[in-house]
Design a protein around this ligand. Structure first.
Ligand SMILES: NC(=O)c1ccc[n+]([C@@H]2O[C@H](COP(=O)([O-])OP(=O)(O)OC[C@H]3O[C@@H](n4cnc5c(N)ncnc54)[C@H](OP(=O)(O)O)[C@@H]3O)[C@@H](O)[C@H]2O)c1
Length: 197
């Protein structure tokens, strides 16, 4: 069974046994990403763009909450935890060394650990990349926060296709970023909400 199917089964199992409770405990699961015109998010294990106002929005949005990232994204950040957030690194390598304040586990275990911690809090859970982790969590997510960067740069990692039969843009949430000396491209930040059928 593919890991994403296993994850879906696990997630549905929890939902069936605890209708509504998981969402309350975990609050929302939100994917946050900056995406170029062709859906690229990174190249050579680095970001494609430098957009200061998007970084500020990312910081302000995620601070005080959980952030989940893949092992490669963790390495791209220089193996330094994002301050003032609960950092969770997803890996299959049980020997991966990180500082004590960071949790290290596979994706299922990471989500289960956050659920247990969530019993005592109502923090949001932000999936902050990269491509592999976005791919495996988009079907579980409640919201997407996507910075659509006006750039034709292409990379070796892409964000999964956003199926507009499943998502709707939240009205009144758009933010616009102008290109200037600090923002290498203009961009639009949009919030999408999962359509519940
Ligand atoms: N534009 C943006 O918003 C944005 C945001 C974040 C990252 N990025 C970019 O995205 C790129 C990195 O993305 P990526 O897809 O190559 O890597 P990634 O998703 O960051 O990490 C992949 C790694 O995560 C681990 N992993 C994946 N699924 C797992 C599972 N179910 N259980 C346990 N471990 C699992 C594996 O680590 P092990 O090999 O250790 O087992 C895998 O090699 C970089 O270029 C980065 O700059 C862009």
């Amino acid at each position: 069974m593919r890991p994403s199917n296993q994850l879906n089964n696990w997630f549905n199992h929890i939902k069936q046994n605890n209708t509504g409770a998981l969402i309350t405990m975990m609050n929302k699961l939100i994917l946050i990403a900056a995406v170029s015109n062709d859906g690229s998010i990174g190249n050579d294990n680095g970001l494609l763009f430098k957009i200061r106002d998007d970084m500020r929005n990312f910081r302000e949005t995620t601070i005080g909450n959980h952030v989940i990232m893949g092992r490669k994204t963790w390495e791209s950040l220089g193996r330094i935890p994002l301050p003032k957030r609960f950092n969770h690194i997803v890996t299959n390598n049980s020997n991966l060394q990180a500082c004590k304040t960071v949790s290290v586990a596979n994706l299922n275990k990471t989500l289960a650990n956050i659920k247990i911690m969530g019993t005592y809090s109502d923090l949001n859970v932000y999936v902050i990349g990269g491509g592999e982790i976005y791919n495996q969590t988009i079907d579980l997510a409640d919201e997407l926060i996507i910075t659509h960067v006006d750039s034709n740069k292409t990379g070796d990692v892409k964000f999964p296709t956003i199926d507009m039969n499943k998502w709707i843009e939240e009205v009144g949430c758009r933010k616009y970023i102008q290109q200037d000396q600090w923002n290498e491209c203009s961009a639009t930040i949009k919030h999408y909400i999962k359509l519940r059928k």
